[in-house]
Design a protein around this ligand. Structure first.
Ligand code: DON
Length: 352
């Protein structure tokens, strides 16, 4: 994506202070609502990108569907556009299955079995698996590309496929704060056309990354990608990560706060696939995209945000979502690497 030139100013730093400090006040809410409205209007008529079509059902989704939701620390949901229509969660699901495995087995389980490094390759690259196995000699993938994601799904524990599925969906429900369900047309469409993912599952099994039935892991992975979500759901899921694993709308602690930085680190490293570095360079936000058209992003301690708009760029990331989130975060001071500039006090004199 072509990013607009960064325009960080004294004003945006001042606004950042206001928003973080006044998340409960009407003034801060107005600032956030105005930012969301402005981004919605600015990109509503943007006609760049194209729906994913390698999963036939995704090509049929209305490309004009466009909604933005932002959730604050006190569980306020600020929206613009269509935040009710559902699309399939697709790769955004990978974050929450990873969170489940980290919660149950600890961060080392993911690091040791799969890895937490960027591959620099497409999300369904088989070469990246060969490279990890033959050249790098170990766990040099991550849970947000398909080989790592199918392996992550295989690590969710349960006596039967149904039990594993209930755990996966239950986790997504807790993050979203409501009961979600599978979009069956998408599940069927992807199941009929996912031979490449089936091959990846088999390969991951052959190389010992997957230790259980690879066909079951690929099927559950396909099902998890077909879960229906709207922009509001995704924003609440993002906000649960923004506020230490506690859903700010329901109040439920979904994963331990101490594990959230691990989840965010993988999102920062690999959330937008081979454009992850560019995204982080411009926004500083841990994020995750899906080919259904959704992107979630997390400003730790400040807000969770999600945008749904199906047309994607070459890297597989929603065009409108990237632009809208970049603008809104810029206005609200969401970049966690930006700190307000202080007037320096001479060393040894401060605090006296
Ligand atoms: O496995 C797949 O190809 C899809 N179910 C998910 C891919 C995806 O969302 C990648 N996103 N940018």
């Amino acid at each position: 994506m072509g990013y607009p030139r960064m325009r960080r100013s004294v004003l945006s730093v001042a606004v950042a202070g206001v928003v973080s400090a006044l998340s409960l006040t009407v003034g801060a809410q107005t600032t956030a609502q105005n930012a969301v409205n402005a981004a919605y209007t600015k990109y509503r008529n943007l006609q760049e990108g194209k729906n994913a079509d390698y999963i036939p059902a995704l090509a049929k989704v209305d490309p004009n569907l466009y909604g933005i939701a932002l959730v604050t620390a006190d569980g306020k949901v600020i929206t613009a556009g269509d935040v009710k229509s559902e699309v399939s969660i697709q790769s955004i699901s990978k974050v929450f299955t990873m969170a489940r495995v980290i919660e149950d087995q600890g961060p080392a389980a993911i690091e040791n079995r799969i890895g937490v490094d960027a591959t620099g390759m497409r999300f369904n690259s088989i070469v990246s698996v060969e490279l990890a196995q033959k050249v790098l000699g170990g766990p040099e993938l991550n849970p947000l590309v398909n080989p790592g994601a199918i392996t992550t799904t295989s690590m969710v524990q349960g006596a039967t496929s149904d039990e594993v599925w209930r755990k996966i969906l239950g986790t997504y429900n807790d993050f979203a704060g409501r009961q979600l369900s599978v979009l069956n047309d998408v599940y069927k469409s992807e199941s009929d056309t996912n031979q490449r993912n089936q091959a990846i599952g088999m390969l991951m099994h052959a190389y010992g990354f997957i230790k259980s039935n690879p066909a079951q892991a690929t099927d559950l992975y396909t099902r998890q990608c077909s879960v229906g979500v709207n922009a509001r759901d995704l924003a609440v899921m993002a906000a649960t990560l923004a506020f230490g694993g506690r859903n700010p709308v329901t109040g439920k602690q979904v994963i331990k706060a101490e594990y959230v930085p691990n989840v965010l680190a993988v999102m920062a490293t690999a959330g937008l696939y081979d454009d992850s570095g560019k995204w982080l360079y411009h926004t500083g936000l841990p994020a995750k995209s899906g080919v259904g058209g959704g992107i979630i992003a997390v400003s730790p301690g400040k807000f969770g945000i999600a945008v749904i708009s199906p047309p994607l760029d070459e890297a597989g990331n929603s065009v409108r979502a990237q632009r809208a989130i970049t603008d809104i975060s810029e206005t609200l001071g969401g970049n966690p690497y930006v700190v307000p500039v202080r007037t320096a006090s001479p060393v040894g004199t401060s605090g006296r």
